[in-house]
Design a protein around this ligand. Structure first.
Ligand SMILES: [Zn+2]
Length: 320
């Protein structure tokens, strides 16, 4: 990682835009933790939250996805693109927000940091327990070439903890004076996330219904972690709308498996999920994929919304 730190320093020295950013103009080998701290730009809420927790008061962090906006379909203004170029660190998730991927590749240079690299991302087929995919015979699980990768890792708290640890390392490269602080903050974040993980594991251990029918395919990692099987009505992105035959198929699966609740989402039009619920004669409840926070989010930060999701799931999946 030394080489990349050196390259980053060289790039910074060459970039007049970055020279204007506080703490970045020094020649002392990239110790960017100057007076005003590091400027960190995050792609969307969970990355912003994790960065704020790990960076503490040594960084200032902002999110490119405005509150209430649908994160997948993020569009960047020229100002946003400039912010990506000027930040000390961009924390993004490659493959999740196409507009930001583009800006990260064109403007991000060595200060673009892909959180997915620390999250052990897999394709939807690699999530466990996809019994209905019986016709999908490949057992290798790794050679799916162009197969889409499921980006929604943050809904498994243990994966978010790993991203926090890796982020502490990355921030330390930029600001070696903050090493102890970043390490301590990441450990505190991990402790909170592991406590949440334990609660979720206990709370979802005895559910009568294992099949989780959700609006878009965001909950694969959560389902994997806690022994549920997710059926997303839309695809990996909420904009992939299902056709009528797919809807009918999901409705009959709902009836077959005794599913009592179909989940809608905070930031996505509930119409499609409601159609499935109506057709199958079951109710709906709101599950939050935490792609952004709004006033309507069932909590004020990641941990609170996850606990609200746990309560919703315990009721909707009939957990004892
Ligand atoms: Zn999503």
């Amino acid at each position: 990682m030394n080489a990349s730190a050196v390259r980053w320093t060289a790039l910074t020295a060459l970039s007049s835009a970055a020279l204007l950013t506080a703490g970045c103009g020094s020649d002392d080998g990239g110790s960017g933790g100057g007076d005003d701290g590091l400027t960190v730009v995050a792609g969307f809420y969970p990355l912003e939250w994790a960065a704020a927790r790990v960076g503490g008061d040594r960084i200032s962090v902002s999110s490119l996805t405005p509150p209430g906006a649908e994160a997948h379909d993020l569009e960047l203004t020229p100002k946003d693109v400039a912010a990506v170029g000027e930040a000390d660190l961009l924390v993004y998730l490659d493959g999740f927000q196409p507009a930001l991927d583009e800006a990260a590749h064109s403007e991000g240079g060595d200060h673009a940091w892909d959180a997915g690299r620390a999250a052990d991302l897999v394709s939807p087929d690699e999530h466990g327990g996809h019994e209905e995919d019986g016709e999908h015979a490949e057992e290798d699980g790794h050679d799916h070439g162009d197969e889409a990768i499921d980006p929604h890792f943050w809904l498994d708290p243990t994966r978010l903890a790993s991203v926090g640890d890796a982020l502490a390392d990355r921030l330390t490269e930029l600001d070696p004076d903050g090493a102890a602080s970043y390490e301590e903050n990441a450990a505190a974040l991990r402790a909170d996330l592991e406590a949440l993980d334990t609660e979720m594991e206990t709370g979802l251990a005895g559910c009568a219904v294992d099949t989780l029918v959700t609006s878009h395919d965001a909950f694969g990692y959560l389902a994997d972690r806690y022994g549920l099987e997710v059926v997303g009505i839309s695809g990996l992105s909420p904009s992939q709308e299902p056709d009528p035959s797919q809807l009918a198929e999901i409705a009959s699966l709902v009836r077959e498996r005794g599913v009592t609740t179909v989940y809608t989402e905070t930031l996505v039009d509930p119409a499609v999920a409601e159609t499935v619920a109506d057709e199958a004669g079951v109710r709906t409840a709101v599950l939050d994929p935490i792609e952004g926070l709004t006033d309507e989010s069932p909590g004020e930060d990641y941990l609170q919304v996850m606990r609200a999701n746990l309560a919703t799931l315990q009721e909707g999946q009939s957990c004892s």
